[in-house]
Design a protein around this ligand. Structure first.
Ligand code: SF4
Ligand code: SF4
Length: 376
């Protein structure tokens, strides 16, 4: 167990510029507001939060978004990205939209399908005004290892083009999440910007088990497992020494026969996500800003390939330079609106505050913040 002294020194050495700036700028918004008015208010919020100040003329700016899995209906409306692109262009910089390949099979597990999905969901140059580039290459192997020397990882593997970009604007959509309780800014940073290897390293502690009483030995999971860890005779069996914890079998089993051991792994997974977020933040040296939407807040994240239940009414948009403060504000605002936070409503068995506490301890930001409601 590492001492408090270790964490104090670690956070001090990180020198993230967001630490003294725990201001979170906020506008109320619902998705029924006329889009032209919303676009103008988002541009004003960008400026109020000082995000234009981190950009310089001529540099490449990655706008990290999530285009939504095929079949998902609650992903962020791309028309909300267009004013962000405009603000980046107004600074003289060169914006591009980006995301990374996912681990499970679907319509975003390689760059070609991912771009087609993004285009089908309106994330294209016509709608948002910037090209879309998948940051970790065609099959998620285009990566850069960043040295972090943190408690779990010495190095983390992140998408190469996010390292190549001079600055990043992280656009997140707050939702519940089946493995970490809440997916917002830190999840978008840590998991969403990792390469395939980085994602596997995060998930590799979450090895599922088969519930034999439910398994009908159909073999679907065997065919989907990327590392041939599952054999099926009378029932499916997972060889834990081979399993990489990607969760594919959980996604494809139609009989609820595959189960993650949530409570033993959610905490560790959140810490691993935070250490990958650290890899991105450390590498960007202050040239990173955050915009997080509290609209269409579904039980499941935008990776789900079907409709997910909306857990609470639209609240608004948060912007700032401190990802921990923003995610704490997501937690607090949803709790004050609904009596329970987004994660408590979505997955009450998971303590999503682990990611906030660990990120603060490592020095990624502060859970204490000043919420500034902008009248714009
Ligand atoms: S997909 Fe589900 S039911 Fe089919 S073999 Fe695998 S665990 Fe059993
Ligand atoms: S057995 Fe392990 S590696 Fe194979 S699909 Fe399931 S989680 Fe992934």
């Amino acid at each position: 167990m590492l001492s408090d002294d270790f964490f104090i020194k670690f956070a001090r050495n990180l020198k993230v510029n967001s630490m003294p700036d725990s201001e979170v700028h906020f506008i109320k918004l619902t998705h029924s507001e006329p889009i032209d008015r919303t676009k103008n208010r988002l541009k004003a919020l960008f400026k109020k939060a000082g995000l234009d100040k981190i950009l310089s003329p001529g540099e490449f700016v990655a706008i990290k978004a999530h285009f939504g899995e095929k079949g998902n209906v609650t992903f962020l409306d791309p028309r909300y990205i267009e004013p962000i692109v405009r603000m980046v262009k107004a600074s003289g910089a060169k914006p591009f939209l980006t995301d990374t390949c996912v681990l499970y099979s679907g319509a975003r597990d390689n760059a070609v399908d991912h771009l087609l999905t993004a285009n089908a969901h309106g994330y294209n140059i016509e709608t948002v005004g910037a090209p879309v580039i998948i940051a970790d290459g065609i099959i998620g192997k285009n990566e850069t290892e960043v040295e972090i020397n943190a408690p779990i990882f010495q190095k983390v593997a992140v998408a190469a083009e996010l390292v190549s970009a001079n600055s990043i604007i992280v656009v997140s959509h707050a939702t519940g999440h089946i493995t970490v309780g809440m997916a917002a800014t830190l999840k978008n940073l840590g998991m969403g910007m990792a390469s395939r290897k980085g994602k596997m390293t995060q998930h590799s502690i979450s090895k599922p088990i088969i519930k034999p009483e439910r398994c009908i030995a159909c073999g679907t999971c065997t065919r989907s497992c990327p590392v041939q860890a599952i054999t099926v005779t009378e029932k499916a069996f997972i060889d834990e020494s081979i399993c990489i914890g990607c969760g594919e079998c959980l996604a494809v089993c139609r009989y609820k026969a595959v189960k993650f051991r949530w409570n033993s792994t959610a905490e560790e997974l959140q810490k691993r996500i935070v250490e990958h977020a650290l890899g991105i933040i450390k590498q960007k040296n202050g040239k990173i800003g955050y915009i997080t939407f509290l609209l269409n807040m579904a039980k499941d994240c935008d990776c789900l390939n079907k409709k997910s239940a909306i857990m609470l009414d639209d609240i608004g948009v948060l912007a700032g330079k401190d990802p921990v403060a923003i995610d704490q504000a997501v937690f607090d605002l949803t709790k004050s609106h609904a009596g329970q936070s987004l994660s408590e409503l979505s997955f009450p068995g998971i303590d999503a505050t682990v990611q906030l506490a660990y990120a603060e301890r490592l020095g990624l930001g502060s859970r204490k913040y000043h919420l500034i409601e902008e009248e714009i």
